[in-house]
Design a protein around this ligand. Structure first.
Ligand code: KG4
Ligand code: ZN
Length: 362
C-alpha cells in the first residue's frame, strides 16, 4: 500500500453572503478520503433578512469582519497545521465580496510562500457531490454528466464531458430559481432566505384540501432551448397576490397554497428541461447542486422522474448541508484539480472574475 502523503489545503469562500473557511488534509498522490480538520461558515442571514436580499457592500463589510476571525478559529480547531496550498473562489459572484477572500489569500500566500488554486464557484457546487469520494474509479464513471446548478445567483444546465470540460447548455435569462423564491417569499412576508421558508409552507399543504386554488405559469417550459426564465413567475405571483382581498392574502391558507404552487412551478420547469437535456446528450449521471438543491421536494421528484424515464442514468444530489455555499466544496474541487496536475499559481497572478463562466475556464 502506498503511504499517505499529506497535503493540507486551506479554502476560502466569500462569493455571496456566506463566509466560509475550511482546512482539509488529503493524500497528495492519490484520491482518497478527505479529512476535514475544520469547516466553518458564518452566515449573514440576519443582516440581509431586513432587506429581503443581499446588499453587496454590506456583505463585503461582513466578510471583512468575519474572515480573519473564522481563519483564526479554523486554525485552532485544526490544531495549527502547516498549510501547503490555498484555494479560493474567484468567481462568479458579487465582485466586492469576491475580492475580500481573494485579497486575504493573496496576503497569506505572499507571507507563507504558498501557491493558490483559483476556484470557480459553480464548478465547486458540482463537486460538492463528491466531498465523500475516496477513489478515482467513482469519478471516472460519472461522465458525461448533466449538472443542474441552481442557486440564488445562477440557474444553469451544464454538460460535463469530463472533469474540467464543460458546456453551458442553457441558463436563466433573468432571475435565478433561488432569487425567485427569495423575492416571492419577501412579498409573502416570509423573510430571507426565501427558499427554505417557501419549502416549509409548501410542505404544510401536503394531503390537505384547501378551497383556494392558485395556478401559476411554467415559463419557457415547452420552448426548444435549455434556457429558463423565472421573473415572469414572480410577476404572476405578485399579480395574484395584488388581486386578493387583504383578508384572504394574509390567511395561512393563501400563504401555503401560494408557496406550494410557486415551488411546484419551479420544480416542473427545472425537471422538464433537465430530463430533456439528459436524454438528448445521453448522459451517465445527472448532478444537482447549488442552494436550491437543498429543496427536498425537488430532490424527490427529480429522483423519481429519472428512475422512471432514464433507466440507465444515475442521480447525484449533495448532502443538503453542502447544497448552500461552503468552503469545503471549494477545498474538494481544489484537491481534485491538484490530482489532475494543477499545482496552483503565484499570488500575483490571482484575480477576480465576477462574471466567470464555467465553459471558459479561469
Ligand atoms: O448556493 P447558494 O447558497 O448561494 C448562491 O450561490 O446563490 O444559494 C442560495 C439560494 C437562496 O436563493 C435560497 O433561497 C435558496 O438557495 N435555497 C433554497 C433552499 N435552501 C436554500 N431554495 C429552495 N429550497 C430550499 N430548501
Ligand atoms: Zn452558491
Amino acid at each position: 500500500m502506498r503511504p499517505f502523503i499529506n497535503l493540507t489545503i486551506l479554502a476560502i469562500e466569500t462569493s455571496c453572503d456566506d463566509t466560509g473557511v475550511t482546512l482539509i488534509k488529503v493524500n497528495k498522490k492519490k484520491l482518497s478520503k478527505i479529512k476535514v480538520l475544520s469547516n466553518l461558515i458564518s452566515s449573514q442571514i440576519k443582516i440581509h433578512q431586513k432587506y429581503g436580499g443581499v446588499y453587496p457592500f454590506l456583505a463585503k463589510r461582513e466578510h471583512q469582519k468575519n474572515l480573519p476571525l473564522l481563519f483564526k478559529k479554523a486554525k485552532k480547531e485544526a490544531k495549527n497545521p502547516k498549510i501547503d496550498l490555498v484555494a479560493v473562489t474567484v468567481g462568479p459572484g458579487l465582485e466586492p465580496c469576491l475580492w475580500v477572500g481573494v485579497n486575504f489569500v493573496k496576503d497569506l500566500a505572499k507571507k507563507l510562500n504558498l501557491s493558490i488554486i483559483p476556484i470557480d464557484h459553480i464548478e465547486a457546487h458540482i463537486y460538492a457531490n463528491f466531498i465523500n469520494i475516496d477513489s478515482k474509479a467513482e469519478l471516472k464513471n460519472i461522465f458525461p454528466a448533466l449538472c443542474l446548478i441552481t442557486s440564488g445567483g445562477h440557474t444553469q444546465l451544464i454538460l460535463a464531458r469530463d472533469f474540467g470540460k464543460y458546456k453551458i447548455l442553457g441558463e436563466t435569462r433573468d432571475d435565478a430559481a433561488g432569487e425567485c423564491f427569495d423575492k416571492i417569499a419577501r412579498m409573502l412576508g416570509l423573510g430571507y432566505p426565501g427558499g427554505p421558508a417557501i419549502e416549509k409552507e409548501a410542505f404544510r399543504v401536503q394531503d390537505k384540501e384547501y378551497r383556494i386554488k392558485i395556478t401559476l405559469p411554467r415559463p419557457m417550459m415547452y420552448q426548444k432551448n435549455y434556457d429558463f426564465s423565472f421573473s415572469g413567475l414572480k410577476t404572476a405571483a405578485l399579480y395574484h397576490w395584488n388581486s386578493q382581498k387583504p383578508k384572504i392574502r394574509k390567511s395561512k391558507e393563501y400563504l401555503r397554497v401560494m408557496a406550494a404552487e410557486v415551488q411546484q412551478a419551479v420544480i416542473d420547469v427545472l425537471i422538464h428541461k433537465t430530463l430533456k437535456a439528459a436524454k438528448e446528450y445521453k448522459v451517465k449521471t445527472i448532478i444537482l447542486g447549488g442552494g436550491v438543491s437543498a429543496n427536498k421536494e425537488l430532490r424527490k421528484q427529480l429522483k423519481r422522474k429519472i428512475k422512471k424515464e432514464l433507466k440507465t442514468a444515475s442521480y447525484q444530489a449533495p448532502n443538503t448541508k453542502y447544497s448552500t455555499d461552503n468552503a469545503l466544496m471549494i477545498a474538494t474541487t481544489a484537491y481534485l484539480k491538484w490530482l489532475k496536475g494543477e499545482k496552483g499559481k503565484d499570488w500575483k497572478k490571482i484575480t477576480v472574475n465576477a462574471n466567470l463562466r464555467i465553459e471558459n475556464g479561469i
